[in-house]
Design a protein around this ligand. Structure first.
Ligand SMILES: [Zn+2]
Ligand SMILES: [Zn+2]
Length: 116
């Protein structure tokens, strides 16, 4: 289901996703919250499963033995630790690479909005 993004500089039709925790619809192309989405559209998005994961859940989680559930991780040198209890979590090398890339992306702060 395509939604028209209202963000200046984007204005694309995208498969915008509903965030069930905040009840906001986010543009897939620019990452901005799209205003003026009716509750009917939101319900439709929810019904067809066009929803984003809640903000609290992040990519690159792994099972922490200490917490006994999936937790976000942080890296220190070549090791990964549970962000919640700081226990080392053993992950594959590929996962580690991905996690480091992800952390790099986070640090950049995503402030490049304007392309033109
Ligand atoms: Zn957009
Ligand atoms: Zn933990």
């Amino acid at each position: 289901m395509l939604i028209n993004c209202t963000q200046k500089g984007c204005l694309q039709q995208t498969e915008a996703k509903l965030d069930r925790t905040t009840n906001e619809v986010t543009c897939e192309a620019c990452g901005n919250v799209i205003e003026n989405i009716t509750k009917y559209t939101k319900k439709a998005l929810s019904d067809i499963g066009q929803v984003s994961r809640s903000r609290s859940s992040q990519p690159f989680q792994a099972l922490c033995q200490q917490c006994n559930k999936n937790q976000p991780l942080y890296t220190e040198e070549e090791r990964a630790f549970c962000k919640v209890c700081n226990t080392q979590v053993h992950i594959s090398a590929a996962f580690m690479r991905g996690l480091k890339e992800y952390e790099k992306g986070q640090k950049k702060d995503n402030k490049k909005g304007k392309k033109k």
